[in-house]
Design a protein around this ligand. Structure first.
Ligand code: NDP
Ligand code: GDR
Length: 343
């Protein structure tokens, strides 16, 4: 994977405060980019994942700039895109939780679906003045009730949630803007990717947080939903490199990024609790509230196109991923235990 500097390039990232946005911002800064990110106004700080790279914009060598905005506010998005005039836009912002999308379907479609269209419209305006490349964060959830295994760029979509329907809509708009307006717009169809920065309500992080807290006596039980679903889990740091590679390709295209291995939630529990010398059967209980009205049973990606055309491949196995997340969360749990003992 190429670590060469790309001097003078400017990137705009939506979703910069999220898991992927934070890793991508770090990667692009390392490559010499000027990075702009859109942040939502919130009553509490929501920039925890990017605090380590925050720079005072008044400093002469500042390379990271944050702007308030929202994907559902198309006009402000267009103003910002025309103002910043980035060479590359990474649309990572979304209401990204599948279970939550059943509770808030209309908002999910507005942020995740129409939000992507707002980004494309803004890019279309900028593209009249200077070339701009757009990355759309598409998802393996689009395969839904899978029609073939493994899933590749050619596999038909059968979405199974409001979130997945919104992502399918955004995918097709991205392809259409490429054809209709000659915009350099590409989809990365990414399978699940996790990290110590993963939101704590996604299953991997929920498990690593709970297992480490259980190990230190801070928690007794872990309540989960369906343990039989299979996911192709990779490491988020590998995947943001793939996003960047997709936009450096000589033509816009759509690429699956995956590890090519799939595991059940039970296997992830084995890796996590096993690494801590615990038996998860003693701690895990099923709570139907975490079941989904329609579930995606099996995801397994075929990323041979990305390997062949971009030279991208995942470097971290599911077991290694579970262990690095546990190492991180054990340190967090130790801090919590220490704080409790001193209180
Ligand atoms: P996160 O949920 O960690 O981050 C989502 C980001 O989007 C946050 O920065 C969030 O802001 C922002 N956001 C949410 N709603 C809006 C809105 N209305 N306007 C502007 N910004 C908004 O997601 P990930 O980093 O895990 O994923 C990045 C993208 O990739 C998402 O689009 C996701 O759907 C997609 N994806 C993720 C995969 C994964 O396994 N992680 C796999 C395939 C696709 P705030 O911090 O304020 O909440
Ligand atoms: P997913 O990730 O829905 O695949 O979407 P999540 O970690 O939420 O669920 C994975 C699987 O675990 C099962 N599960 C539970 N899930 C959660 N969140 N909480 C639980 O308690 C629980 N118990 C079992 C789920 O039913 C599911 O089968 C993620 C998101 O990042 C999307 O934005 C992204 O597009 C896809 O990955 C690829």
């Amino acid at each position: 994977m190429n670590a060469q500097k790309s001097a003078e390039k400017k990137a705009l990232i939506t979703g910069i405060t999220g898991q992927d946005g934070s890793y991508l911002a770090e990667l692009l800064l390392e490559k010499g980019y000027e990075v702009h990110g859109i942040v939502r106004r919130s009553s509490t700080f929501n920039t925890e994942r990017i605090d380590q790279i925050y720079m005072d914009p008044h400093e002469e060598d500042a390379k990271l700039f944050l702007h308030y905005g929202d994907l559902t506010d198309g006009q402000s998005l267009t103003n910002l895109v025309l103002d910043v005039a980035p060479d590359e836009i990474y649309n990572l912002g979304a209401q990204s939780h599948v279970r939550v999308s059943f509770d808030a379907p209309v908002y999910t479609v507005q942020a995740t679906g129409v939000g992507a269209l707002n980004v494309l419209e803004a890019a279309r305006q900028l593209n009249k003045q200077k070339p701009v490349r757009v990355y759309q964060a598409s998802s393996s959830e689009m395969f839904g009730d899978v029609l073939e295994t493994p899933q590749s760029e050619k596999t038909p979509f059968q979405p199974q949630s409001p979130y997945a329907c919104a992502k399918v809509y955004a995918y097709h708009q991205t392809v259409n803007y490429r054809h209709a307006y000659d915009l350099f717009a590409s989809n990365g169809i990414l399978f699940n990717h996790e990290s110590p920065r993963r939101g704590e309500t996604f299953v991997t992080r929920k498990i690593t947080r709970a297992a480490t807290r259980i190990k230190l006596g801070l928690q007794e039980k872990l309540y989960l939903g369906n343990l039989d679903a299979k996911r192709d889990w990779g490491y988020a740091k590998d995947y943001v490199v793939g996003m960047w590679m997709i936009l450096q390709h000589h033509e816009p295209d759509d690429f699956v990024l995956a590890t090519g291995e799939t595991y059940t939630i039970r296997q992830f529990l084995d890796y996590t609790f096993g690494y801590l010398d615990l038996d998860w059967n003693n701690y895990v209980e099923i709570d139907p509230r975490y079941f989904r009205p329609t579930e995606v049973d099996l995801l397994l990606g075929d990323c041979s196109k990305a390997k062949q055309k971009l030279g991208w491949e995942a470097t971290t196995t599911c077991k290694e991923l579970a262990e690095l997340m546990v190492d991180h969360d054990l340190a967090l749990a130790r801090q919590e235990a220490l704080a409790q003992s001193q209180a």
